[in-house]
Design a protein around this ligand. Structure first.
Ligand SMILES: Nc1nc2c(ncn2[C@@H]2O[C@H](COP(=O)(O)OP(=O)(O)OP(=O)(O)O)[C@@H](O)[C@H]2O)c(=O)[nH]1
Length: 185
């Protein structure tokens, strides 16, 4: 089968670890310094992955952190196949903001369609600073019919799983059809 291209946007409040997750996934490294993303995307993060015997060319859009007042620009949604919504398990604010981002995202792309989505609670290595229990994240993802993963970009825990899950969510909709093909239900 020919490779399929999949564009994935990573959204979430500031400093939750969006860039760190993207860098860990694509470059297998963690850089422990805070360098806020200021543009849409610093540079295209791309990686070829194999999932269920199929080759996927993934392209990640690493966005600058959103807050509750943010309007989601079209560049974050046009041509995008799936979304990773990130909060930090150490930040209540980021958990509140991820709910607002989800609402705005559905408004932007039309809530009637099911959106391939993975909710991620990052920074699980910071055990003592955790304020969002796993159960709260799992419950929220359940309400959204989304996949749920808790990760540590720092310790490279569950990072690959996030991207496998988002491909899985996308495949649920695109089926095994041609690139961009829609599912006939
Ligand atoms: N302990 C720990 N720190 C992390 C983890 N992921 C990211 N960080 C740190 O959190 C800070 C923010 O990480 P970034 O990856 O820049 O976060 P971001 O969401 O891309 O930030 P914005 O570009 O401002 O939206 C940095 O200091 C990272 O080193 C993690 O899993 N564990």
């Amino acid at each position: 089968m020919s490779p399929k291209s999949r564009k994935i946007a990573i959204l979430g409040f500031r400093a939750v670890g969006k860039s760190s997750l993207a860098i860990q996934f694509v470059e297998d490294q963690f850089v422990d310094s805070y360098d806020p993303t200021i543009e849409n995307s610093k540079y295209p993060f791309e990686k070829v992955v194999h999932y269920r015997g199929q080759e996927f060319h993934t392209q990640l859009i690493d966005t600058a952190g959103q807050d509750e007042y943010f309007m989601i620009p079209q560049s974050y949604t046009v041509g995008v196949h799936g979304y990773i919504l990130v909060y930090s398990v150490t930040s209540k604010k980021s958990f509140e903001v991820v709910k607002i981002i989800h609402e705005k995202l559905l408004d932007q792309i039309g809530g009637g369609n099911k959106v391939p989505l993975v909710l991620v609670g990052n920074k699980t290595d910071l055990h003592l600073q955790r304020v969002i229990p796993s159960e709260a994240g799992r419950k929220l993802a359940g309400e959204w019919s989304a996949s749920f993963v808790e990760s540590s970009a720092k310790q490279n825990e569950e990072v690959d799983v996030i991207f496998q899950r988002v491909l899985q969510e996308i495949e649920k909709q695109h089926g095994t059809q041609d690139d961009g093909g829609c599912v006939l239900l």
